[in-house]
Design a protein around this ligand. Structure first.
Ligand code: SF4
Ligand code: SF4
Length: 372
């Protein structure tokens, strides 16, 4: 089958209602609600309005010895957010993804510009995220092009997407290419996961994990790596990553006969739908105090913005996926993937604001989990 045939086969044309997993308590996207928090500037203003004694992130960096702010290291990870379309509407989503985000999907020309920039960047890993990235019609083309370049490829998968009939072959297809699958599974217990991601999510996720196990994922083979991602259910920090991994492993094996390779724990970022939830439940000030009080100087060196480039569906380049959602492009003259000047990128200063305390709290938090 040619790549063009695959593209045709995967073209979503929106989402069939039967594909949807309803959000918890009827959660919808901020966009669909017409929320005042849709612009990144409104989210930043909401965070800045919180009275915080230690709320200056640049001052916290200076206190940790980073007097010149955050400066990038070598680019290791090339992260591509290929769209905000998703079959789910999770309560904590920092992307504000959902079934109504049909228009925000990367086109083929921008995918090709990403591949050219990837070649120039020297990154060893391509991290493909969304939304549900598999819904982008060019997903398989992008994966194949990255694998052909010898890159390690990560698919950030919401698991439920694998149950849609048109993706029935996807676990084996990913396995054939050695793609690492990084899956959201907030908790190993059904009520905790469904409360964040919607009724029925846990059962569908377990079935998807079984399908991944069936093609060799989650059994210690570095060409079939299955990573689970945990984030807390509320306005608190995650527990220790290593102890949670042991707990998840024992529970999923015992109750569901499911195996995985590693678990990463992420802090919830106070942006987008989680910011809206914090505000609605009157938890915003206390959560921001939790994050600032837990500032960990040892987490700074490993922040993902130091070794990652993040490209949005429209080709705009950011220091990280969170800055992307806050409309804070990287600080170079032409922050578009078509125009990237690697020298200017290497000399830039990472753009930071108060949400950055979400990455430096506790054990630190990045797309790869704890940073310390
Ligand atoms: S958290 Fe992931 S699965 Fe949930 S709505 Fe956002 S992108 Fe989709
Ligand atoms: S939010 Fe982005 S820019 Fe801020 S510390 Fe985290 S990774 Fe770096």
């Amino acid at each position: 089958m040619s790549l063009e045939d695959q593209t045709e086969r995967d073209a979503p044309g929106g989402i069939d209602p039967a594909d949807l997993v309803g959000g918890p308590q009827g959660t919808t996207t901020l966009r669909a609600r017409g929320s005042t928090l849709v612009p990144g500037a409104a989210q930043l203003a909401r965070l800045d309005a919180v009275a915080l004694p230690n709320g200056d992130f640049e001052a916290a960096l200076a206190g940790a010895g980073f007097h010149d702010g955050l400066r990038p290291a070598k680019v290791d990870f090339f992260q591509i957010n290929i769209g905000r379309l998703c079959n789910m509407t999770c309560r904590h989503c920092h992307v504000d993804a959902g079934p109504d985000r049909v228009a925000e999907n990367m086109d083929r020309a921008t995918v090709d510009a990403c591949l050219a920039a990837l070649d120039a960047s020297g990154a060893h890993t391509v991290d493909i995220t969304g939304g549900a990235p598999e819904l982008n019609p060019h997903f398989r083309y992008l994966v194949d092009a990255c694998v052909a370049r010898g890159k390690h490829v990560i698919d950030r998968c919401n698991l439920t997407i694998l149950l849609l009939p048109r993706f029935a072959d996807l676990p084996a297809w990913l396995a054939d290419r050695g793609v690492e699958v990084v899956c959201s599974l907030p908790h190993h217990r059904k009520p905790n996961t469904d409360a964040q991601r919607g009724e029925g999510t846990f059962d569908r996720s377990i079935e998807a994990l079984r399908r991944l196990n069936a093609v060799g994922y989650g059994q210690g083979n570095p060409k079939r790596t299955l990573t689970l991602m945990h984030n807390p259910a509320g306005a608190f920090l995650p527990g220790g990553q290593a102890s949670m991994e042991r707990e998840w492993r024992a529970s999923l094996q015992r109750h569901h006969s499911v195996t995985f390779d590693r678990l990463v724990a992420l802090n919830n970022m106070p942006i987008a739908r989680f910011l809206d939830w914090l505000t609605e439940t009157d938890n915003l000030a206390s959560y921001m105090e939790t994050l600032t009080n837990a500032f960990n100087p040892a987490a700074v060196a490993g922040l993902m913005c130091r070794n990652t480039l993040s490209v949005a569906w429209d080709g705009t380049v950011y220091d990280c996926d969170f800055n992307q959602m806050l409309d804070l492009p990287t600080d170079v003259p032409r922050p578009h993937v078509r125009d990237l000047d690697m020298g200017a990128l290497a000399a830039r200063r990472v753009v930071t604001r108060r949400h950055c305390f979400g990455c430096t709290a506790g054990a630190g938090s990045s797309c790869g989990g704890a940073t310390t």
